[in-house]
Design a protein around this ligand. Structure first.
Ligand code: MTE
Ligand code: CO
Length: 425
Protein backbone atom coordinates (compact mmCIF):
# COMPACT_ATOMS: atom_id res chain seq x y z
CA UNK A 1 0.00 0.00 0.00
CA UNK A 2 1.42 3.44 -0.82
CA UNK A 3 2.15 5.48 2.22
CA UNK A 4 3.09 9.08 2.64
CA UNK A 5 4.20 10.91 5.70
CA UNK A 6 4.08 14.64 6.23
CA UNK A 7 5.70 14.47 9.62
CA UNK A 8 8.93 16.04 8.32
CA UNK A 9 7.16 19.02 6.93
CA UNK A 10 4.93 19.52 9.94
CA UNK A 11 7.22 19.78 12.88
CA UNK A 12 6.08 21.77 15.87
CA UNK A 13 8.39 24.62 14.78
CA UNK A 14 6.88 24.77 11.36
CA UNK A 15 3.49 25.05 12.96
CA UNK A 16 4.08 28.24 14.87
CA UNK A 17 3.78 30.65 11.98
CA UNK A 18 0.60 29.11 10.63
CA UNK A 19 -0.76 29.08 14.17
CA UNK A 20 -0.54 32.82 14.72
CA UNK A 21 -2.49 33.58 11.56
CA UNK A 22 -5.07 30.90 12.08
CA UNK A 23 -5.64 31.89 15.68
CA UNK A 24 -6.49 35.39 14.55
CA UNK A 25 -8.85 33.99 11.94
CA UNK A 26 -11.52 32.95 14.41
CA UNK A 27 -14.45 35.19 15.28
CA UNK A 28 -13.81 38.35 13.30
CA UNK A 29 -16.87 40.56 12.73
CA UNK A 30 -19.32 39.12 10.20
CA UNK A 31 -18.94 40.18 6.59
CA UNK A 32 -21.69 39.61 4.03
CA UNK A 33 -21.51 36.66 1.65
CA UNK A 34 -23.47 37.92 -1.37
CA UNK A 35 -21.98 40.17 -4.09
CA UNK A 36 -23.46 43.63 -4.36
CA UNK A 37 -25.66 43.90 -7.47
CA UNK A 38 -23.90 46.41 -9.72
CA UNK A 39 -24.54 45.09 -13.25
CA UNK A 40 -27.37 42.94 -14.71
CA UNK A 41 -26.87 39.21 -14.09
CA UNK A 42 -28.26 37.03 -16.93
CA UNK A 43 -29.06 34.31 -14.38
CA UNK A 44 -31.66 36.75 -13.11
CA UNK A 45 -32.58 38.90 -16.12
CA UNK A 46 -32.89 36.13 -18.80
CA UNK A 47 -35.56 33.45 -19.08
CA UNK A 48 -33.83 30.13 -18.33
CA UNK A 49 -34.17 26.93 -20.42
CA UNK A 50 -36.09 25.15 -17.68
CA UNK A 51 -38.69 27.92 -17.67
CA UNK A 52 -39.55 27.53 -21.35
CA UNK A 53 -41.33 24.19 -21.22
CA UNK A 54 -43.49 22.05 -19.01
CA UNK A 55 -41.64 19.77 -16.66
CA UNK A 56 -42.22 16.04 -16.27
CA UNK A 57 -45.56 15.00 -14.81
CA UNK A 58 -46.37 13.03 -11.68
CA UNK A 59 -46.34 9.71 -13.56
CA UNK A 60 -42.64 9.93 -14.48
CA UNK A 61 -40.84 9.49 -11.18
CA UNK A 62 -42.71 6.87 -9.19
CA UNK A 63 -39.67 6.42 -6.97
CA UNK A 64 -37.71 9.66 -6.81
CA UNK A 65 -33.97 10.09 -7.09
CA UNK A 66 -31.63 13.05 -6.59
CA UNK A 67 -31.23 15.86 -9.13
CA UNK A 68 -28.96 15.03 -12.09
CA UNK A 69 -26.74 17.86 -10.84
CA UNK A 70 -25.97 15.83 -7.71
CA UNK A 71 -24.61 12.78 -9.53
CA UNK A 72 -21.17 13.22 -8.00
CA UNK A 73 -22.61 12.55 -4.53
CA UNK A 74 -22.20 8.77 -4.45
CA UNK A 75 -20.67 5.96 -2.45
CA UNK A 76 -17.15 5.30 -3.69
CA UNK A 77 -14.79 2.41 -3.24
CA UNK A 78 -11.01 2.16 -3.28
CA UNK A 79 -10.42 -0.75 -5.67
CA UNK A 80 -6.84 -1.48 -4.56
CA UNK A 81 -7.97 -2.08 -0.96
CA UNK A 82 -9.61 -5.43 -1.69
CA UNK A 83 -9.31 -8.21 -4.25
CA UNK A 84 -12.97 -8.28 -5.32
CA UNK A 85 -15.97 -5.94 -5.03
CA UNK A 86 -18.09 -8.76 -3.56
CA UNK A 87 -15.87 -8.87 -0.51
CA UNK A 88 -15.15 -5.21 -0.04
CA UNK A 89 -16.42 -1.93 1.31
CA UNK A 90 -17.42 1.37 -0.18
CA UNK A 91 -17.59 4.70 1.63
CA UNK A 92 -20.27 7.22 2.61
CA UNK A 93 -19.68 10.70 1.08
CA UNK A 94 -19.60 12.42 4.48
CA UNK A 95 -18.42 15.72 2.99
CA UNK A 96 -21.63 16.01 0.95
CA UNK A 97 -24.15 15.31 3.75
CA UNK A 98 -26.21 17.69 5.86
CA UNK A 99 -27.84 17.16 9.24
CA UNK A 100 -27.37 13.75 10.84
CA UNK A 101 -29.35 11.23 8.76
CA UNK A 102 -27.47 9.33 6.05
CA UNK A 103 -29.76 8.93 3.02
CA UNK A 104 -30.31 5.22 2.38
CA UNK A 105 -28.72 5.27 -1.07
CA UNK A 106 -25.50 6.78 0.34
CA UNK A 107 -24.96 4.40 3.28
CA UNK A 108 -21.57 2.72 2.93
CA UNK A 109 -21.72 -1.04 2.30
CA UNK A 110 -19.55 -3.78 3.64
CA UNK A 111 -20.12 -7.28 2.32
CA UNK A 112 -18.14 -10.47 2.77
CA UNK A 113 -19.90 -12.23 -0.12
CA UNK A 114 -21.90 -9.63 -1.99
CA UNK A 115 -25.51 -8.50 -1.60
CA UNK A 116 -28.08 -11.24 -0.92
CA UNK A 117 -31.39 -10.61 -2.74
CA UNK A 118 -33.93 -12.23 -0.43
CA UNK A 119 -37.65 -12.80 -1.02
CA UNK A 120 -39.22 -11.67 2.27
CA UNK A 121 -42.02 -14.22 1.87
CA UNK A 122 -39.43 -16.98 1.99
CA UNK A 123 -37.27 -15.44 4.67
CA UNK A 124 -37.23 -17.07 8.11
CA UNK A 125 -35.53 -16.28 11.38
CA UNK A 126 -34.78 -19.28 13.56
CA UNK A 127 -33.92 -19.14 17.27
CA UNK A 128 -32.40 -22.30 18.67
CA UNK A 129 -29.83 -23.58 21.18
CA UNK A 130 -30.18 -22.95 24.90
CA UNK A 131 -33.88 -22.03 24.75
CA UNK A 132 -37.03 -23.68 26.09
CA UNK A 133 -38.40 -24.06 22.56
CA UNK A 134 -36.81 -23.48 19.16
CA UNK A 135 -38.84 -20.99 17.13
CA UNK A 136 -39.10 -19.99 13.49
CA UNK A 137 -40.39 -16.49 12.70
CA UNK A 138 -41.68 -15.26 9.35
CA UNK A 139 -41.34 -11.56 8.52
CA UNK A 140 -45.10 -11.22 9.16
CA UNK A 141 -44.64 -12.72 12.64
CA UNK A 142 -41.92 -10.18 13.40
CA UNK A 143 -44.08 -7.30 12.21
CA UNK A 144 -46.79 -8.30 14.70
CA UNK A 145 -44.47 -7.69 17.67
CA UNK A 146 -44.23 -4.31 19.46
CA UNK A 147 -42.02 -2.10 17.35
CA UNK A 148 -40.07 1.11 17.85
CA UNK A 149 -37.72 3.40 15.95
CA UNK A 150 -34.35 4.82 16.90
CA UNK A 151 -31.51 6.68 15.24
CA UNK A 152 -28.00 5.30 15.67
CA UNK A 153 -24.67 5.10 13.93
CA UNK A 154 -23.07 1.98 12.50
CA UNK A 155 -19.29 2.26 12.24
CA UNK A 156 -17.13 -0.53 10.82
CA UNK A 157 -14.30 -1.36 13.23
CA UNK A 158 -11.95 -0.88 10.26
CA UNK A 159 -13.05 2.71 9.66
CA UNK A 160 -9.90 4.91 9.50
CA UNK A 161 -7.94 1.64 9.58
CA UNK A 162 -5.66 2.65 6.71
CA UNK A 163 -4.41 5.63 8.71
CA UNK A 164 -2.68 3.81 11.58
CA UNK A 165 0.79 4.15 10.01
CA UNK A 166 0.35 7.64 8.61
CA UNK A 167 -1.86 9.88 6.49
CA UNK A 168 -2.97 7.82 3.55
CA UNK A 169 -6.34 8.40 1.89
CA UNK A 170 -7.22 11.85 0.64
CA UNK A 171 -10.77 12.61 1.66
CA UNK A 172 -13.00 12.13 4.70
CA UNK A 173 -15.17 9.87 2.54
CA UNK A 174 -12.26 7.42 2.48
CA UNK A 175 -10.68 8.03 5.87
CA UNK A 176 -13.96 8.14 7.86
CA UNK A 177 -16.74 7.00 5.49
CA UNK A 178 -17.29 3.50 6.87
CA UNK A 179 -20.07 4.92 9.00
CA UNK A 180 -23.73 5.74 8.52
CA UNK A 181 -26.47 7.11 10.73
CA UNK A 182 -29.95 5.82 10.11
CA UNK A 183 -33.37 5.74 11.73
CA UNK A 184 -34.19 2.05 12.15
CA UNK A 185 -37.60 0.56 12.82
CA UNK A 186 -37.88 -2.91 14.25
CA UNK A 187 -38.54 -5.06 17.29
CA UNK A 188 -36.44 -5.58 20.41
CA UNK A 189 -34.43 -8.81 20.23
CA UNK A 190 -35.40 -9.36 23.88
CA UNK A 191 -39.04 -9.87 22.86
CA UNK A 192 -38.09 -12.77 20.57
CA UNK A 193 -35.73 -14.31 23.11
CA UNK A 194 -38.46 -14.07 25.78
CA UNK A 195 -40.82 -15.92 23.48
CA UNK A 196 -38.27 -18.73 23.01
CA UNK A 197 -37.41 -18.75 26.74
CA UNK A 198 -33.72 -18.47 27.66
CA UNK A 199 -32.14 -21.30 29.64
CA UNK A 200 -30.21 -20.21 32.80
CA UNK A 201 -26.82 -20.98 31.20
CA UNK A 202 -27.52 -18.80 28.13
CA UNK A 203 -24.52 -16.44 27.89
CA UNK A 204 -23.74 -15.79 24.22
CA UNK A 205 -25.66 -15.56 20.98
CA UNK A 206 -24.44 -16.47 17.53
CA UNK A 207 -26.07 -14.30 14.83
CA UNK A 208 -25.99 -15.80 11.35
CA UNK A 209 -26.63 -14.05 8.04
CA UNK A 210 -28.40 -15.46 4.98
CA UNK A 211 -25.75 -14.26 2.52
CA UNK A 212 -23.35 -16.56 0.66
CA UNK A 213 -20.82 -16.01 3.46
CA UNK A 214 -23.37 -17.12 6.05
CA UNK A 215 -21.50 -14.58 8.10
CA UNK A 216 -21.83 -15.12 11.83
CA UNK A 217 -20.85 -13.18 14.89
CA UNK A 218 -20.89 -13.77 18.65
CA UNK A 219 -22.81 -11.38 20.87
CA UNK A 220 -22.90 -11.38 24.70
CA UNK A 221 -26.40 -11.96 26.07
CA UNK A 222 -26.34 -8.83 28.30
CA UNK A 223 -26.11 -6.56 25.27
CA UNK A 224 -28.75 -8.58 23.41
CA UNK A 225 -31.20 -8.05 26.28
CA UNK A 226 -30.43 -4.33 26.64
CA UNK A 227 -30.92 -2.44 23.40
CA UNK A 228 -30.40 -4.72 20.40
CA UNK A 229 -33.08 -4.35 17.76
CA UNK A 230 -33.98 -6.49 14.77
CA UNK A 231 -34.76 -3.90 12.12
CA UNK A 232 -36.86 -4.33 8.99
CA UNK A 233 -36.93 -0.65 8.04
CA UNK A 234 -34.47 2.21 7.66
CA UNK A 235 -35.22 5.89 7.16
CA UNK A 236 -38.95 5.22 6.91
CA UNK A 237 -38.96 2.44 4.28
CA UNK A 238 -37.95 -1.20 4.04
CA UNK A 239 -34.23 -1.90 4.53
CA UNK A 240 -32.25 -1.66 1.33
CA UNK A 241 -30.84 -4.97 0.02
CA UNK A 242 -27.33 -3.57 0.58
CA UNK A 243 -28.18 -3.04 4.26
CA UNK A 244 -29.62 -6.50 4.91
CA UNK A 245 -33.19 -6.62 3.56
CA UNK A 246 -35.44 -7.96 4.93
CA UNK A 247 -33.93 -8.13 8.46
CA UNK A 248 -30.73 -7.01 10.18
CA UNK A 249 -29.38 -6.72 13.69
CA UNK A 250 -28.95 -3.20 15.10
CA UNK A 251 -26.41 -3.14 17.93
CA UNK A 252 -26.19 0.48 19.08
CA UNK A 253 -22.70 1.80 19.82
CA UNK A 254 -20.95 -1.50 18.95
CA UNK A 255 -18.71 -2.24 15.96
CA UNK A 256 -20.43 -2.78 12.61
CA UNK A 257 -19.40 -6.39 12.01
CA UNK A 258 -21.80 -7.52 14.76
CA UNK A 259 -24.76 -5.96 12.96
CA UNK A 260 -25.48 -9.12 10.97
CA UNK A 261 -27.44 -8.45 7.78
CA UNK A 262 -29.98 -10.76 6.11
CA UNK A 263 -30.35 -12.26 9.62
CA UNK A 264 -31.64 -15.85 9.44
CA UNK A 265 -30.63 -17.58 12.66
CA UNK A 266 -29.78 -16.89 16.28
CA UNK A 267 -28.24 -19.71 18.24
CA UNK A 268 -28.12 -19.33 22.01
CA UNK A 269 -25.03 -20.79 23.67
CA UNK A 270 -22.92 -20.62 26.79
CA UNK A 271 -19.69 -19.35 25.20
CA UNK A 272 -18.59 -17.19 22.27
CA UNK A 273 -18.43 -18.74 18.82
CA UNK A 274 -15.71 -16.24 17.94
CA UNK A 275 -13.13 -18.67 19.30
CA UNK A 276 -13.83 -21.17 16.57
CA UNK A 277 -14.19 -19.13 13.42
CA UNK A 278 -13.12 -16.27 11.27
CA UNK A 279 -14.26 -13.52 13.59
CA UNK A 280 -11.04 -14.06 15.51
CA UNK A 281 -9.84 -11.56 12.88
CA UNK A 282 -11.67 -8.84 14.75
CA UNK A 283 -9.02 -8.52 17.39
CA UNK A 284 -6.57 -5.64 17.65
CA UNK A 285 -2.94 -6.77 17.44
CA UNK A 286 -0.72 -4.75 19.79
CA UNK A 287 2.96 -3.84 19.36
CA UNK A 288 4.13 -6.52 21.84
CA UNK A 289 2.32 -9.32 20.00
CA UNK A 290 -0.62 -9.55 22.40
CA UNK A 291 -4.09 -8.77 21.03
CA UNK A 292 -7.10 -6.93 22.37
CA UNK A 293 -10.20 -9.15 22.12
CA UNK A 294 -13.89 -8.29 22.19
CA UNK A 295 -13.34 -4.60 21.64
CA UNK A 296 -17.00 -4.16 20.80
CA UNK A 297 -17.66 -0.54 21.77
CA UNK A 298 -16.81 2.25 19.35
CA UNK A 299 -15.03 5.04 21.25
CA UNK A 300 -15.75 8.73 20.75
CA UNK A 301 -14.55 10.11 17.45
CA UNK A 302 -15.09 13.09 15.17
CA UNK A 303 -14.05 14.47 11.82
CA UNK A 304 -14.29 17.82 10.08
CA UNK A 305 -16.07 17.14 6.80
CA UNK A 306 -16.00 20.71 5.49
CA UNK A 307 -13.36 21.83 4.69
CA UNK A 308 -11.69 18.54 3.71
CA UNK A 309 -9.87 17.26 0.60
CA UNK A 310 -13.11 16.70 -1.33
CA UNK A 311 -14.62 19.94 -0.05
CA UNK A 312 -12.00 22.70 -0.39
CA UNK A 313 -12.51 26.29 0.79
CA UNK A 314 -13.69 28.29 -2.21
CA UNK A 315 -14.22 31.74 -0.75
CA UNK A 316 -12.36 34.05 1.53
CA UNK A 317 -14.22 35.81 4.32
CA UNK A 318 -17.15 34.06 5.93
CA UNK A 319 -17.09 30.27 5.99
CA UNK A 320 -18.84 27.53 7.92
CA UNK A 321 -16.75 24.65 9.20
CA UNK A 322 -18.81 21.53 9.78
CA UNK A 323 -18.41 17.92 10.78
CA UNK A 324 -19.65 14.86 12.64
CA UNK A 325 -18.95 13.50 16.12
CA UNK A 326 -20.19 10.27 17.71
CA UNK A 327 -19.63 7.89 20.60
CA UNK A 328 -20.61 4.30 21.28
CA UNK A 329 -20.70 5.10 25.00
CA UNK A 330 -23.45 7.73 24.99
CA UNK A 331 -24.02 11.21 23.68
CA UNK A 332 -21.54 13.74 22.34
CA UNK A 333 -21.08 16.36 25.03
CA UNK A 334 -18.62 18.74 23.35
CA UNK A 335 -16.58 19.12 20.18
CA UNK A 336 -13.55 21.38 20.08
CA UNK A 337 -12.12 22.61 16.81
CA UNK A 338 -8.60 23.80 16.11
CA UNK A 339 -7.47 25.68 12.99
CA UNK A 340 -3.80 25.65 13.98
CA UNK A 341 -2.97 22.00 14.52
CA UNK A 342 -4.06 21.75 18.14
CA UNK A 343 -2.52 24.85 19.70
CA UNK A 344 -5.77 26.75 20.13
CA UNK A 345 -9.21 25.16 20.48
CA UNK A 346 -12.67 26.59 20.25
CA UNK A 347 -15.92 24.81 21.14
CA UNK A 348 -18.09 24.07 18.13
CA UNK A 349 -21.85 24.47 18.14
CA UNK A 350 -23.67 21.13 18.43
CA UNK A 351 -26.83 20.92 16.38
CA UNK A 352 -29.95 19.29 17.82
CA UNK A 353 -30.91 16.53 18.01
CA UNK A 354 -27.92 15.26 20.01
CA UNK A 355 -28.86 11.61 20.47
CA UNK A 356 -27.45 8.64 22.34
CA UNK A 357 -25.11 6.57 20.09
CA UNK A 358 -25.95 8.71 17.08
CA UNK A 359 -23.84 10.89 14.85
CA UNK A 360 -24.01 14.52 15.95
CA UNK A 361 -23.54 17.51 13.67
CA UNK A 362 -21.26 20.37 14.69
CA UNK A 363 -20.52 23.79 13.20
CA UNK A 364 -18.00 26.58 13.64
CA UNK A 365 -18.36 29.87 11.78
CA UNK A 366 -14.99 31.34 10.86
CA UNK A 367 -13.29 33.95 8.69
CA UNK A 368 -10.65 32.81 6.26
CA UNK A 369 -8.19 35.16 4.58
CA UNK A 370 -6.10 32.70 2.63
CA UNK A 371 -3.79 31.60 5.46
CA UNK A 372 -2.77 27.95 5.79
CA UNK A 373 -4.85 26.05 8.32
CA UNK A 374 -4.33 22.79 10.16
CA UNK A 375 -7.92 21.80 10.88
CA UNK A 376 -8.75 19.32 13.64
CA UNK A 377 -11.73 18.32 15.76
CA UNK A 378 -11.78 16.60 19.14
CA UNK A 379 -14.90 15.00 20.60
CA UNK A 380 -15.80 14.50 24.25
CA UNK A 381 -18.65 12.18 25.19
CA UNK A 382 -21.08 11.87 28.10
CA UNK A 383 -18.73 9.43 29.87
CA UNK A 384 -16.05 12.15 29.98
CA UNK A 385 -13.83 10.35 27.45
CA UNK A 386 -11.85 12.69 25.19
CA UNK A 387 -10.86 11.68 21.65
CA UNK A 388 -7.06 11.09 21.64
CA UNK A 389 -4.48 12.25 19.10
CA UNK A 390 -3.25 9.58 16.70
CA UNK A 391 0.13 9.54 18.38
CA UNK A 392 -1.43 9.07 21.83
CA UNK A 393 -3.32 6.08 20.40
CA UNK A 394 -0.22 4.65 18.74
CA UNK A 395 1.69 4.78 22.04
CA UNK A 396 -0.85 2.40 23.57
CA UNK A 397 -1.90 0.31 20.60
CA UNK A 398 1.06 0.31 18.22
CA UNK A 399 0.36 0.29 14.48
CA UNK A 400 -0.33 -3.40 13.78
CA UNK A 401 -4.11 -3.27 13.91
CA UNK A 402 -6.47 -1.92 11.28
CA UNK A 403 -9.26 -1.60 13.85
CA UNK A 404 -10.55 1.04 16.25
CA UNK A 405 -8.58 4.06 15.06
CA UNK A 406 -10.44 6.98 16.62
CA UNK A 407 -7.51 9.43 16.63
CA UNK A 408 -7.84 13.12 15.82
CA UNK A 409 -7.77 13.82 12.08
CA UNK A 410 -5.77 16.73 10.61
CA UNK A 411 -6.49 18.46 7.31
CA UNK A 412 -3.96 20.94 5.93
CA UNK A 413 -5.80 23.73 4.09
CA UNK A 414 -3.48 25.53 1.69
CA UNK A 415 -3.59 29.17 0.61
CA UNK A 416 -5.62 28.23 -2.48
CA UNK A 417 -8.23 26.54 -0.27
CA UNK A 418 -7.33 22.97 -1.22
CA UNK A 419 -7.16 20.51 1.65
CA UNK A 420 -4.94 17.50 2.21
CA UNK A 421 -4.72 14.63 4.70
CA UNK A 422 -1.62 15.23 6.86
CA UNK A 423 0.01 14.02 10.06
CA UNK A 424 1.63 16.32 12.58
CA UNK A 425 5.17 15.42 13.65
N1 MTE B 1 -23.71 -9.25 7.69
C1 MTE B 1 -23.62 -10.21 6.74
N2 MTE B 1 -24.57 -11.17 6.67
N3 MTE B 1 -22.59 -10.24 5.86
C2 MTE B 1 -21.60 -9.28 5.90
O1 MTE B 1 -20.68 -9.31 5.09
N4 MTE B 1 -20.67 -7.31 7.11
C3 MTE B 1 -20.58 -6.74 8.46
C4 MTE B 1 -21.96 -6.32 8.97
N5 MTE B 1 -22.92 -7.36 8.76
C5 MTE B 1 -21.65 -8.27 6.92
C6 MTE B 1 -22.78 -8.29 7.78
C7 MTE B 1 -19.68 -5.60 8.56
S1 MTE B 1 -18.02 -5.93 8.71
C8 MTE B 1 -20.15 -4.32 8.68
S2 MTE B 1 -19.09 -3.04 9.00
C9 MTE B 1 -21.58 -4.02 8.54
O2 MTE B 1 -22.37 -5.17 8.28
C10 MTE B 1 -21.78 -3.02 7.41
O3 MTE B 1 -23.14 -2.69 7.30
P1 MTE B 1 -23.63 -1.90 6.02
O4 MTE B 1 -23.30 -2.72 4.80
O5 MTE B 1 -25.06 -1.63 6.22
O6 MTE B 1 -22.85 -0.62 5.98
CO1 CO C 1 -17.06 -3.94 9.26
Amino acid sequence: MPEKSYSDRFTRRGLLSAAGLAGAGIALPRRGVAAESTKPDPAITEVQDWQRQLGEGVDKRAYGSPSKFEQHVVRRNVPWLTAAPESAANFTPLHALEGIITPSGLCFERHHSGIAEIDPQKHRLMINGLVDKSLVFTMDDIRRMPRSSRICFLECAANTGMEWRGAQLNGCQFTHGMIHNVMYTGVPLKALLDEAGLRPNAKWLMLEGGDAAGMNRSLPIEKALTDVMLAFAMNGEALRPEQGYPLRAVIPGWEGNLWVKWLRRIEVGDKPWAAREESARYTDLLADGRARQYTFIMDAKSVVTNPSPQAPLRYRGRNVLSGFAWSGRGTVRRVDVSLDGGRNWKSAQLEAPVLDKSMTRFYLDFEWNGEELLVQSRAMDSSGYVQPTKNELRKIRGVNSVYHNNGIQTWLVRGNGEAENVELG
